[in-house]
Design a protein around this ligand. Structure first.
Ligand code: FES
Ligand SMILES: [Fe+2]
Length: 399
């Protein structure tokens, strides 16, 4: 398995499939580019601003017009390579700050001011990508040709409040995809967190189910209680987290929430060594969310920085694992970062190095599913259909 680089050959039946590398030209990279990908929190992109964005090893400029429309183009100016995200947003276009070339939202060069009568702008084009705003997130389609129909999620559309958050995790994206199918980890990684509400003394038996959308990881207990996480192709996890999640234990969940938060989560590669964790968190609540409730979510940025710092110290041996629960305001974030980054920036899945057990059946099923899908995609050029049946949702596990 290559860590990065160009893969243009189709994998044959028995060869392991590289789902780790997602740069341009890789099979997994071409596959993921066939789907809309969430890449930015909409409220963080103000009108008239442009931001640099790195996704699957490629650099983009994401910008918002004064009228509020979001656009995405390649970040490299075709003249001599300056970063367009450092330039000026002019209507729906963006102008390079080096010599003033301007590009429309589809990447067409529309102005070369220093060339005057010799302008060859119409021969110059960079990549321009469709965008879509949904649930407070900006989605971009990075593939070729027409994008697929955008998938909406009714339960999230109907929720009284959805919090959009993105944080960066410094390891390969597929480690965190595997984590969707690894409910056993809750009983160890998250014992000292709000997930302790699950009664974590009672160890689960892990199983999986195939669904039309992908897979479900089922953690069943002897008393019949089940916790279920849904994994949807190609990179979506749906799971439930207790509202105490963003507080230290005992610091108090807010009083307005009436049930577990439902996470619609995406894992989007930045490159082969880093990925985005993208969350659209639907909260069940009495009444309407007020300003103080909304403000609570803005605290997340600070909590995220703190969690990274604490996770780094645990990884460096400067803090102990259980210090996370004492110090962090976003405990599971730091706990998951320690275990996933601890696997290595790219986990080694050589069967002589890792040793899977029966509690890893979900992970083995996920790898098979992904390998089969990528093989089929390499042969046909189109992804399979992965519809989410109405009502397919996670189960928290406390009932
Ligand atoms: S590098 Fe962009 S205009 Fe020259
Ligand atoms: Fe976790």
């Amino acid at each position: 398995m290559t860590a990065s680089g160009i893969e243009t050959r189709s994998p044959s039946r028995n060869e392991p499939v590289d789902y780790v590398s997602t740069g341009p030209g890789t099979v997994a990279g071409r596959y993921l580019r066939q789907f809309w990908q969430p890449v930015y929190v909409a409220r963080r992109l103000a009108p008239g601003w442009a931001k640099p964005l790195r996704i699957m090893g490629q650099d983009f400029a994401l910008y918002r017009s004064q009228e509020g429309k979001v656009h995405c183009v390649d970040n490299r100016c075709a003249h001599r390579g300056a970063m367009l995200s450092t330039g000026w947003v002019e209507g729906d276009s963006i102008r390079c700050p080096y010599h003033g070339w301007a590009y429309s939202a589809d990447g067409q060069c529309i102005d070369q001011p220093l060339e005057k009568g010799d302008s060859y702008a119409k021969e110059i084009r960079i990549g321009g990508y469709p965008t879509y705003e949904y649930l407070g997130l900006i989605f971009v389609f990075f593939g070729e040709g027409e994008p697929p129909e955008f998938t909406r999620y009714k339960e999230w559309d109907d929720a009284k409040f959805v919090a959009a958050q993105i944080d960066v995790r410094p390891c390969n994206w597929f480690q965190n995809i595997e984590n969707f199918m690894d409910e056993g980890h809750i009983w160890f990684t998250h014992t000292k967190s709000a997930l302790a509400k699950l009664d974590l003394d009672n160890l689960p038996k892990i199983a999986f189910e195939k669904t039309p959308w992908g897979l479900a990881c089922v953690a069943g207990r002897a008393d019949g209680r089940k916790r279920i996480v849904q994994f949807g192709m190609p990179n979506i996890g749906m799971f439930a987290v207790h509202p105490d999640n963003t507080s230290k234990p005992g610091e108090g969940a807010n009083k307005v929430e009436t049930g577990w938060q439902m996470f619609l989560d995406y894992r989007v590669p930045v490159d082969d060594y880093t990925h985005l964790q993208v969350h659209a968190i639907a909260t069940m609540m009495q009444g309407e969310p007020d300003e103080s409730y909304k403000k609570r979510w803005e605290m997340f940025d600070k909590a995220e920085a703190e969690a990274h710092q604490i996770a780094g110290k645990v990884l460096a041996g400067e803090l102990q694992y259980d210090d996370i629960a004492k110090l962090c305001h976003h405990i599971p974030l730091a706990q998951d970062e320690v275990v996933q980054v601890g696997q290595g920036r790219i986990a080694n899945r050589d069967p002589n190095i890792e040793h899977l057990g029966m509690s890893d059946v979900g992970i083995a099923a996920l790898r098979r599913l992904y390998s089969d899908e990528l093989r089929a995609f390499a042969a046909s050029g189109s992804p399979s259909a992965w519809p989410r049946p109405a009502g397919l949702l996670p189960i928290a596990g406390d009932h």
